[in-house]
Design a protein around this ligand. Structure first.
Ligand code: UTP
Length: 789
């Protein structure tokens, strides 16, 4: 493809962008990729590099004592010199960049170059292909720490000791804390010159007690008092020519250039960036990230080797930092848990978005997940935020932007926990808690220490909206952006701190928790190896990939039987089935799955040869036993068998809980008896990437889609698919896969299990589709079953 500097190649599976190292299945995805930020940024960097190469020459033969100014002066005779870069380490070569390519030609055509008694040699710049080099620094750091700790960790006597050892070796040292303190002081002195009465306040891991060596320094520039100063200065305007305010301080020109009350955070941050660049020594790489949820100025302090972020509208973050600090003071087990779980999550690539943006958990969200787990231990290890509020005294009351942020300032006000579990048990408990957590239908409230169902949460929000309309709003509180993981900030209740996660990252998190839970049940976790083998934390710290699942493992989607979410009429029907309820439910599920795949997601479906579904391997383990076949048509006039014909294994499952006499029909429906069915399955064909960009399309279709969770409305989801199908071109070679449903589990844990097997996946999109279906399908099936009521 010529359109983009020969960086796009056509492949059997679609297209590959060699510039960004990205493969896409079809042309419309390619167009989207090309328009995207990553490609645009890299293209522009590549173009700049190319121009620089064409405008510069490579100079060797210089000596360290020669300055860039000397070199620039010498080469001016050939053309205007824009830049001189001298190699930092040895100072024996340099790159001289001219404003025009004529300068390059002139310098190269000169036979001999002599400067300050040195004979220089000049060459054209080497033409190198521009390639994206992934930043491996973070990963390497983690590996190094791990490698370094390994032998010592192995020698310790218990998991508790190992966890405390991790803290000791990763926490911020006194020296680092001091350096951070000095930088805060320096910035405070500089900013107050330009923004009178302003205050620079650190927050995040540098101060919340969970900081690791070389973590970023998060800063909040508080300009509230400066705004008061500015307003006052304006109202008592001084005569022209005088620039002193009435308290004797100068209103610097920066303040006369901007109205802090009316300016946007991004505008203020532009000024902050200018001050950093011009007035703070050793500060480099200053840039404003204006598009983030909270705009930020990023910088690097070269002498202290510290990266910093400054925000101007983040008072809540300072407060939640104090909250985490309080939790950590009150409960000594929190720090070892946070350090260990953060390290585990980083190794498994579940948390710590290296560039700030991304679909992984951020460290704050991960810490809140730990806090939430500890609130839910029995007995609880941590109090809920609502309980802490009640322990605060009047002077500690605190409301920020309309959110109640009250909690005690001193740990003494909080009684100790009655929970005596050791760290080893708590860590295993964390994995087990989230291994089976129902992320898809829950909203996690750290404030209340409990989960709400999405439906209850939305209902509660609606009520609050109505109440808010009745009284003057303190701030425009919006509903949070719901997604595959809903974790509400403990104070800013309209903020889902895990709103950036996608289905794949949530499933990844849960899968790793399941793996870790399994491992924590083994002796290898709890008992030191007598032979010096890896044990305890060491196996949990194995980087992901080393224990990654193989592609050959069957990909299954489970749809659990959830009695509570069934509508009354279906409940009664199942009830009336007695022992046969599982089969009828399974039939309904199969019928719903078929509708989701076919009608909602636009797959072409070919049922199995005899059109029969529902042979249950768990319900009917005996191949010779009479089996019960189910029809997925959902047609009520089907032939039904008496419940006693339901073929079971060793155990007869009872009907769903409740009174059997509640059946309105008074008699039990029958299940079709058709002899032994062939192995049932659907053969499916999907021609479009109906999973890609769904959230965005849904949001576009319905304005308040943020408050309509995925899979809650059949109509809407079908429209989303239609929209994607209309806009996107077909996948180069349609995806073909098989779906094989079966019923598993006993009465208490009945579930439909769908095995998905790709039969033609030349474009390599099956994994993405599967990850999407893993969450989408059970939700949609639940919705369809509920609609039957
Ligand atoms: P981080 O996620 O960076 O956490 O958020 P951290 O503890 O500082 O960890 P490092 O820096 O990755 O080591 C930094 C701070 O930003 C605020 C919190 O105060 C958090 O401590 N924050 C972050 C929020 O208030 N809301 C968010 O959604 C995310």
């Amino acid at each position: 493809m010529e359109a983009d500097g020969n960086t796009i190649a056509e492949t059997p599976a679609g297209f590959r962008c060699t510039l960004c190292s990205v493969s896409v299945p079809n042309r419309s995805s390619l167009d989207q990729h090309i328009k995207g930020r990553k490609h645009q940024t890299l293209s522009s960097v590549r173009d700049t590099r190319k121009t620089q190469e064409e405008h510069s020459v490579f100079v060797s033969g210089i000596k360290p004592e020669v300055s860039p100014a000397d070199i620039s002066e010498y080469f001016q005779q050939f053309g205007q010199v824009c830049d001189v870069i001298v190699d930092k380490n040895k100072g024996v070569y340099a790159i001289v960049q001219f404003g025009e390519t004529d300068g390059v030609k002139a310098a190269l055509s000169c036979v001999e170059h002599r400067m300050k008694g040195l004979k220089l040699s000049i060459k054209p710049r080497e033409k190198k292909d521009f390639k994206l080099i992934p930043k491996k620094k973070d990963v390497q750091d983690v590996q190094q720490v791990l490698e370094h700790l390994k032998p010592q960790l192995c020698e310790l006597m218990s998991v508790d000791e190992q966890m405390r050892y991790v803290v000791e070796h990763c926490e911020l040292g006194e020296h680092e804390k001091k350096a951070r303190g000095l930088l805060v002081q320096l910035l405070q002195e500089v900013f107050v010159e330009f923004f009178p009465d302003s205050q620079i306040l650190p927050f995040g891991s540098s101060v919340n007690s969970f900081g690791i060596q070389s973590c970023d320094l998060d800063l909040f520039l508080d300009l509230e008092k400066t705004k008061v100063f500015q307003a006052h200065a304006k109202s008592t305007a001084v005569p022209a020519g005088e620039d002193m305010s009435d308290d004797g301080r100068s209103e610097d020109s920066i303040l006369s250039d901007i109205d802090l009350t009316a300016a946007s955070p991004a505008e203020i941050l532009d000024l902050v960036a200018t001050i950093l660049r011009r007035c703070v020594p050793s500060v480099h790489k200053v840039h404003v990230v204006a598009g983030a949820r909270l705009p930020v100025v990023k910088f690097h302090h070269s002498e202290l080797n510290l990266r910093g972020d400054i925000t101007v509208n983040n008072r809540l973050a300072v407060r939640n930092t104090h909250f985490l600090q309080l939790c950590s003071w009150v409960e000594g087990r929190l720090r070892p848990l946070v350090y260990t779980i953060r390290h585990w999550a980083k190794q498994k690539q579940l948390a710590g978005n290296p560039t700030g943006a991304g679909t992984l958990l951020n460290n704050y969200a991960l810490t809140l997940l730990i806090v939430f787990f500890l609130q839910n231990c029995d007995p609880p290890v941590l109090f809920t935020v609502a309980q802490l509020k009640d322990m605060a005294c009047e002077e500690e009351e605190c409301v920020i932007e309309g959110w109640d942020c009250t909690f005690p300032s001193q740990p003494i006000a909080v009684p100790p926990s009655r929970n005596t579990q050791d760290l080893c048990m708590l860590l295993a408990g964390f994995f087990s808690f989230y291994a089976k957590f129902d992320f898809a239908s829950s909203v996690i409230s750290v404030r209340e220490g409990r989960t709400l169902t999405i439906a209850d949460f939305l209902g509660q929000n609606k009520e609050e909206e109505v109440m808010q309309e009745a009284r003057p709003p303190m701030s425009p509180h919006r509903s949070p952006r719901l997604g595959p993981l809903n974790l509400l900030d403990p104070f800013e209740l309209s903020h889902n701190v895990a709103g950036n996660l996608n289905v794949r990252s949530v499933l990844g998190f849960q899968r790793e928790c399941q793996e870790a839970e399994k491992y924590c049940r083994s002796l290898q976790y709890k008992r030191k190896s007598a032979k010096g083998r890896s044990w305890g934390l060491l196996c949990l710290f194995t980087p992901s990939g080393a224990t990654a699942r193989t592609q050959t493992e069957p990909l299954t989607i489970s749809i659990p039987f959830k009695e509570d979410s069934l509508p009354a009429s279906l409940h009664n029907q199942l009830h009336a089935m007695g022992d046969g309820f599982q089969l009828l439910w399974f039939q309904k599920v199969c019928s719903a799955v078929e509708r989701v795949l076919q009608r909602v997601l636009g797959c072409r479906l070919t049922p199995s040869t005899d059109g029969v579904f529902g042979k249950s391997s768990a319900v009917d383990p005996d191949e010779d036993a009479e089996t019960v076949a189910l029809d997925t048509s959902g047609n009520d006039s089907r032939e039904m068998a008496e419940p006693q014909n339901h073929a079971v294994g060793t155990k007869r499952p009872p009907p769903p809980s409740g009174d059997a006499s509640a059946s309105p029909q008074g008699k039990r429906p029958r299940v079709a008896k058709r002899g032994k069915p062939k192995n049932p399955h659907w053969a499916c064909v999907q021609k479009h990437t109906v999973w890609a960009g769904r959230r965005k399309v849904r949001r576009e279709l319905i304005k308040d889609a943020d408050s309509r969770p995925e899979g809650s409305c059949v109509e809407l989801e079908s429209q989303v698919t239609a929209h994607i199908v209309e806009k996107e071109t077909e996948i180069k070679e349609p995806l073909e896969f098989k779906v094989e449903p079966k019923m598993v589990g006993g009465t208490e844990s009945s579930m439909a299990e769908l095995k998905l097997v790709p039969t033609n996946d030349k474009t390599g999109v099956f994994q993405d589709f599967f990850h999407f279906l893993q969450v989408f399908l059970p939700k949609m099936v639940e919705t369809l079953l509920a609609d039957e009521g």
